[in-house]
Design a binder for this molecule. Structure first.
Ligand SMILES: *Cc1c(COP(=O)(O)O)cnc(C)c1O
Length: 231
């Protein structure tokens, strides 16, 4: 038997605080996302009650059902691949979309937001590993994508997101996370009007400590809180 979800959250919080302090960072600058794909509603509620900073969902339909049922005591974020034809739902459901990787999606989010009198807060997902299965924008196109996005009303860029390749050694993720931070610094230096590079969404169950050392502001954690997912 695993410990209860709230116990796991408490433990992860402690690790986050220690890791941040050791890295000379303010622990309150690192937010904890509970990633809830395939997690049952009861345990999601437990995570919300235990005070995670946000819930991360991979699928629009699943998120819609859960949000209607559980409300918005914690903000809901979209972290999965987003189809352009789902943008119209996403603008109403999510406080932040982490997975904007192409101009067409950015334009559609902006168009749907403007229609609804809203502004979509987004991160630009970057594929630093070059793995074809990862869906982010190539790093050498991130700056031009962000420049283009910065001119679109209805869209508010808040930072960058990445996924490291799978590995059983967390250190393998370090160059990826460092690469995202360096890219963030480079883009910040461009002083593009109307965009923020405040958020770095990186690090999952096995490598979030490395991500914090490299500057993560949001760590996205599933299995470490809820156990292995059903296949
Ligand atoms: C599933 C998922 C996570 C969480 O992964 P764990 O290994 O369960 O911590 C984080 N980010 C994204 C984009 C995911 O799809």
């Amino acid at each position: 038997m695993r410990d209860s979800v709230s116990r796991e959250i408490e433990e992860v919080r402690e690790i986050i605080a220690e890791t941040a302090s050791r890295a000379g960072r303010d622990p309150s600058d690192v937010k904890l996302m509970a990633v809830t794909k395939s997690v049952d509603d009861e345990r999601i509620m437990e995570a919300i009650e235990a005070g995670v900073d946000m819930i991360g969902e991979n699928y629009v339909q699943e998120a819609k059902r859960k949000i209607e049922k559980m409300g918005r005591k914690a903000p809901w974020h979209m972290i999965g691949h987003l189809q352009t034809n789902k943008a119209k739902y996403a603008v109403r459901l999510f406080d932040l979309v982490h997975s904007v990787n192409r101009i067409g999606l950015a334009q559609e989010l902006a168009r749907r937001s403007s229609q609804a009198g809203l502004v979509s807060r987004v991160l630009i997902e970057v594929n630093l590993s070059g793995e074809p299965t990862k869906s982010g924008a190539p790093p050498d196109q991130a700056l031009s994508l962000i420049r283009e996005c910065s001119r679109i009303p209805g869209l508010s860029i808040q930072g960058l997101m990445t996924m490291a390749p799978w590995s059983d050694n967390p250190e393998d993720a370090r160059p990826i996370f460092r690469g995202l931070r360096q890219l963030r610094d480079r883009i910040s230096g461009e002083k593009i009007e109307g965009i923020s590079m405040k958020e770095l969404s990186m690090g999952m169950s096995d490598d979030f400590q490395v991500a914090i050392e490299e500057g993560a502001t949001i760590v996205r954690i599933g299995r470490r809180l809820f156990g292995e997912r059903q296949k």
